[in-house]
Structure formats: C-alpha cells, structure tokens
Design a protein around this ligand. Structure first.
Ligand code: F0G
Length: 339
C-alpha cells in the first residue's frame, strides 16, 4: 500500500504525531534508465536516468510539497489555502484542499494555464481568480490576499513546500544507491532546485546542479528580473523567481550552472522523449533534457551519472500537441487499409 511521503520520510520532515496527514499517495515515482537519451547526448548506456514526477497523483511534482503544506495548514487551524500558479500548483492545491475539506482560492494568469491543469482546478472545486497579468503579478496579489484570516499561502515561499519536495532527492539516492553526479532540472520560480539541493545536502551526497530556464523567461541567467517573460512552456513562464537566492546557492555550492534553452530546443526534447523513450512529459519538464542535449552539442555534456527531472505529465497540456501533425489515413467501416 502506498502511504505517501510524509509516512515514508517522517523522521526527516517537520511533522509530529499530532500533525494530520493529508495524502493522496504521492512520491515513490519511477527513476527510468534512458539509453536512447544517453546515446543522443553521446554518453554511454546507463549514464542518463529520468525521474518521472508526472507519476504523482495530480501529475506533477507539486504534490510532494502540497501534502506537507496542506497538512501543516490543517494543523495550524487554517480554513482555506491560496496560491498563484502557472497551473500545476493550483491543480495540486485544489486536490489536497478537497481532500482536507478546505477552501482553495487560485490566482491564475489569464490565458496562460494549460487546459489539463485548469480542468483539475475546476473539478476539485477551487475558486478561480483570473489575473490579467503574468504569474509574478498573480503571486503579488495572492500574497496580499493570504493575509486574510484563516488562509495559508501554499506557494513555494511556504517553507513546508520545499521540505516536502526535498524528498525527491532522497528517493533518487535510494533508487541509484548513491547521488547522481549531475542533476538536470527545469527552473521557474526556483523552489524545486532549492528543495532538491536541500535534500541532497541533508544526505551529505551532492551532485552538480544544472538548472534550465526557457530563453524568454531566464532571469537567473540574465541576473535580473524579466518584466514580460515569454515561452510556450507556460509552467516556467516566470520573470522574478521567489527562490532566487536558493537557486543561485544550489548552482554555486554544487559547482553547477543555470542556463537557458530555446523553445525550439524544449519542443525537440519533448518530442524526443515521447517518440524515443515512450515518456510523455509537459514542455517545461523537457527543459531538463533539452539542457543536457544543449551541453552535448557543445561537447560539454558532463561525465558520470546524470538524472533529468521530468516535472509534469504530458497530458497536462494537450493544446501544445496541435503543433505536431500526425499523418492520418481515412477508411470507412468495412473498408481495407494497407500498412
Ligand atoms: N516544471 C513544471 C511542470 C512546473 O509546473 C514548474 C512550476 C516548474 C517546472 C518549475 O519549478 O517553480 O520550482 O522552479 N510551476 C509552478 C506552478 C510555478 O505554479 O505550477 P519551480
């Protein structure tokens, strides 16, 4: 039976016997060997693994942080949770709030949330606030609104989110029997890279951290906020990451890098993973593999064992698949088709 990550990692998390556990059975996601991806990067077989975070209950890594953030909100007596989101955080918050019997209010940038994510927020009964602005502006509104009595903000500025998310690093070390040499991860609001780095550090086993931003939304690469972030990878369309300092620390302390990948590179990696590895992730997730491929093209793919995190499931964003035209043959019932 899957009991969820609070039970699995209780000793390493800020919970007590009194903390009510709100779980959907998150965590314990597959770490998949990806030899075709290794080959495409000019690396030996067995040197690239994919951490499939889209296999969490709501289809993204956000569930790791949300089980803890919502459990702690209930423990503190909250009657509602609130967040801004590019989609996945709101889907996860809505699901865990439904399970806990809390109100959930989500602030979403208008027209920039993928269809699957919106469907989840709707079906889990979240109250939706559509913001005519980008994620950063939505987060400012949500942070202000969270001052209301009884509400807990469950964005990654909430420390319990990062505590939950760090468990993915524990799992990887358990699955490999050691930390990888290199860790590739997409970066948006920068909570996840910060959380993984915390997890690895707590184990005293640390890879080099390679974070990847979309080229049109790459504040950490530019070294300054981006007022109008642009990318088709809507999950990481963020111009002023909350965990800026955490991401920079992960990069510098690990001897890694934070760089950018173009939307074309993201789409190419997204398609590669689906066609060659049988793994359907959402575009933002493919930024990790796009980053590995970018380094490989420059003959700078790092040696040793690399883990690429695939943060969300491909079904989250069906709209983007319209860019890929399948060859469809038509036949009427009772007719014949030659293969
Ligand atoms: N990948 C996916 C699929 C995401 O949804 C996000 C962030 C990231 C990567 C980046 O992670 O923000 O910790 O650096 N999504 C947030 C949201 C912002 O609202 O769902 P990060």
């Amino acid at each position: 039976m899957k009991t969820g990550l609070i039970e699995t990692w209780r000793a390493r998390l800020p919970v007590t016997a009194q903390t009510p556990v709100i779980t959907l059975g998150e965590g314990g996601t597959p770490l998949l060997r990806a030899d075709r991806a290794a080959k495409a990067a000019g690396l030996p077989p067995g040197s690239v693994y994919l951490k499939l975070e889209g296999m969490n209950p709501t289809g993204s890594f956000k569930d790791r942080g949300m089980t803890l953030a919502v459990s702690k909100a209930v423990e503190a007596g909250a009657t509602g949770v609130l967040c801004a989101s590019t989609g996945n955080t709101s889907a996860s918050a809505a699901a865990y709030a439904a399970r806990a019997g809390l109100r959930c209010v989500v602030f979403l940038p208008k027209g920039k949330v993928a269809a699957g994510k919106l469907a989840q927020a709707v079906m889990h009964g979240a109250e939706i606030v559509e913001v005519s602005g980008n994620f950063d502006q939505a987060l400012a509104l949500a942070t202000e609104a969270a001052k209301a009595k009884g509400f807990a903000l469950v964005n990654s500025s909430n420390p319990f989110r990062l505590e939950g998310q760090k468990t993915a690093a524990f799992e990887i070390v358990e699955q490999l029997g050691r930390a990888p040499d290199n860790h590739f991860i997409p970066v948006g609001n920068a909570g996840n890279i910060t959380a993984y780095w915390k997890g690895y550090r707590e184990l005293g086993q640390t890879p080099r951290m390679f974070g990847w931003q979309a080229a049109g939304a790459a504040p950490l690469v530019l070294g300054r906020p981006v007022a109008n972030p642009r990318t088709l990878a809507t999950a990481i369309r963020i111009g002023n990451p909350v965990s800026w300092k955490g991401a920079v620390a992960a990069r510098d302390e690990s001897g890694g890098a934070i760089d950018k990948v173009s939307d074309a590179d993201i789409l190419a990696a997204y398609r590669f993973l689906a066609r060659e590895e049988g793994v359907f992730c959402e575009p933002a997730s493919a930024a990790s593999v796009a980053g590995l491929f970018k380094l490989a093209r420059a003959r700078r793919a790092p040696e040793g064992l690399s883990v690429c995190v695939l943060t969300g499931h491909g079904l989250k964003d069906p709209g983007i698949t319209a860019r890929f035209k399948p060859r469809v043959r038509r036949v009427s019932a009772g007719g014949r088709i030659r293969l």
